[in-house]
Design a protein around this ligand. Structure first.
Ligand SMILES: Nc1nc2c(c(=O)[nH]1)N[C@H]1C(S)=C(S)[C@@H](COP(=O)(O)OP(=O)(O)OC[C@H]3O[C@@H](n4cnc5c(N)ncnc54)[C@H](O)[C@@H]3O)O[C@H]1N2
Ligand code: MOO
Length: 407
């Protein structure tokens, strides 16, 4: 069980993860627009029409020909010949000295080129007194936002509400997106008990299941939680082989390190292929990436903070890669509060709180509880702070990378 890379540098393991994901990119789907939120585009989107589609008014008021205005000092009297509301374009054409009542979003009548807002206009029957107005005032021009035939969205972009709304404004009722991976979640260990059940001596409650299910749901996936795995090699084998032919992605927590009851690596090596095992990171060192049948397997270490750190790094990289996401996740840089000393060679992810000061400087305050079992420090924090490989002494104000996870 040694024909795979082990003890990888963080960046090398991330590269391998991206390669494995790219080799198993998911197929294209054409869901209805309301189902496109959060999905990754599988192709470019070209505008079938211009936006706005026609010249229109930005305000409620009166449309007229700027050439008819007397001068820049005095009001001009115009003759009201009709009204154009937002909706169907009427066949209104303005002649010299004429104006039309208009509402926001209504097409500009032929001949009109300027709008005065109704609050500044005096109306007396068909006599309308408009104030001096700049030519083109309150007119929104056809195509000023998007030209017909322009590429407005690109393959690999994630569909934010604004992007879905842009597609809707172009009249598109579905978009090409990558299928979302189907995901199974396993926790494992004889010591684990379902919250709500009584604890026997030596037992603890299963907290990783809620952590991982929550992280996956927050990323828009609909994970399936499988019954907890006991520390029994035959049962681990049956459950993982079953999941391997039913899901795109399988997350396991625990049983992936060096203990006598850590059966997951052996099963994946025997019935699948391990891409790597063990990464020079803390927490999260025993992380394992494998393939078996149709599924990718990410074996996360059992310690809860290791689950958080490995999900936010490798879990997301895998999910993003399978869907062909081209935009990187936001990573911020912040100044360190206090100082930090690290003597071990691994890359470290420290739980920390972010705060922006009045000068617009972002500060990151590390939590002193560094043990990977100390879930409370993760709950009290809102970001992981990255301390790069090798021994490091970072003083107050040092600039570090931070990954927000709870903003
Ligand atoms: N001799 C060695 N011992 C350990 C090593 C090593 O390299 N050599 N690695 C250590 C590191 S680092 C980590 S991280 C852990 C990871 O071990 P496993 O992934 O095999 O996880 P377990 O042993 O099953 O559990 C570790 C820890 O986490 C608790 N746990 C597990 N699942 C859950 C859950 N669903 N909810 C809450 N807590 C959970 C479990 O009770 C253990 O305390 O191994 C070190 N040891
Ligand atoms: O790598 Mo383990 O996750 O340090 O605790």
């Amino acid at each position: 069980m040694t024909d795979f890379p082990t003890g990888l540098l963080f960046d090398d393991a991330m590269r391998l993860t991206a390669e494995v994901a790219a080799a198993h990119r998911l197929e294209t789907d054409y869901p209805a627009l309301p189902r496109c939120h959060g999905r990754v585009l599988a192709g470019d989107v070209v505008a079938p029409l211009a936006l706005p589609p026609f010249d229109n008014s930005a305000m409620d008021g009166f449309a007229f020909r700027h050439a008819d205005l007397a001068d820049n000092e005095t009001e001009t009297e115009l003759r009201l010949i009709g009204e154009q509301f937002a909706g169907l374009a009427l066949d209104l054409t303005l002649g010299a000295g004429e104006c039309a009542r208009i509402t926001t979003g209504a097409p500009l009548p032929a001949g009109a080129d300027t709008v005065a807002i109704k609050e500044n206009v005096r109306v007396d029957g068909a006599r309308v007194l408009v104030p001096p107005t700049r030519r083109g005032q309150h007119v929104r021009y056809a195509g000023e936002d998007v030209g017909e035939g322009e590429t407005v969205l690109r393959e690999g972009q994630t569909l934010t509400p604004a992007r879905v709304s842009l597609a809707a404004s172009l009249g598109l009722s579905s978009l090409p997106v990558r299928r979302r991976p189907t995901v199974a979640v396993f926790t494992s260990g004889d010591e684990l008990v379902e919250p709500g059940m009584p604890l026997q001596p030596g037992q603890i409650y299963d907290s990783n299941r809620d952590l991982l299910m929550g992280l996956l749901r927050a990323d828009g996936l609909e994970p399936t939680a499988w019954p907890r795995l006991p520390d029994d090699p035959r049962q681990v084998e049956i459950a993982l082989r079953d999941a391997a032919c039913a899901f795109d992605l399988v997350f396991t927590c625990g049983a992936v390190s060096a203990g006598e009851k850590d059966h997951i690596p052996a099963v994946l090596a025997q019935f699948g292929k391990i891409h790597f095992w063990k990464v020079k990171m803390r927490p999260g060192m025993p992380l394992l990436l494998a393939s078996m049948d149709q599924a990718r397997f990410l074996g996360l270490p059992g310690n809860p903070v290791s689950v958080l750190a490995t999900y936010l790094s490798f879990g997301r990289a895998l999910i993003d890669g399978l869907q062909g996401r081209a935009e990187p996740r936001p990573k911020l840089r912040a100044r360190l509060v206090g100082g930090i000393e690290k003597s071990h060679p691994r890359r470290e992810f420290v739980r920390a709180r972010l705060r922006s000061d009045e000068d617009g400087v972002l500060w990151v305050d590390p939590n002193p509880a560094t043990g990977s079992h100390r879930l409370r420090a993760a709950a009290d924090s809102d970001a992981l702070m990255v301390v790069t490989e090798g021994a490091q002494t970072l003083g107050e104000g040092a600039v570090v990378e931070v990954w927000p996870y709870a903003l």
